[in-house]
Design a protein around this ligand. Sequence first.
Ligand code: FES
Length: 105
Amino acid sequence: MTVDRPRLPATHGLQRGPEVNITVDGRPASAYLGESVAAALMADGDLSMRTTSGGERRGLFCGMGVCFDCLVIVDGVPGTRACVTWVREGMDIARQDGPGHRRAE
Ligand code: FES
């Protein structure tokens, strides 16, 4: 099932890249080339990207690869920073629980 989610219109001379198919937490979704994984996850509707080993939710904080609050699993690789990783066709993205487990679906 593809999630139908609202998107802001391209304005101010900016244009989106081509649409790509991705998987988010096991569900088919779409994103646009040029978007970060963090942007794709926020567009998916859940601002949380990982939980600490104590269960606290974390999401985008610095947005520039410094704080490591946005760690997710990309194509099976845990600990990938969502804010500095760009989506691509066929990418499998999963929110991360603790040190590297896929979030329970
Ligand atoms: S939000 Fe800080 S490293 Fe990604």
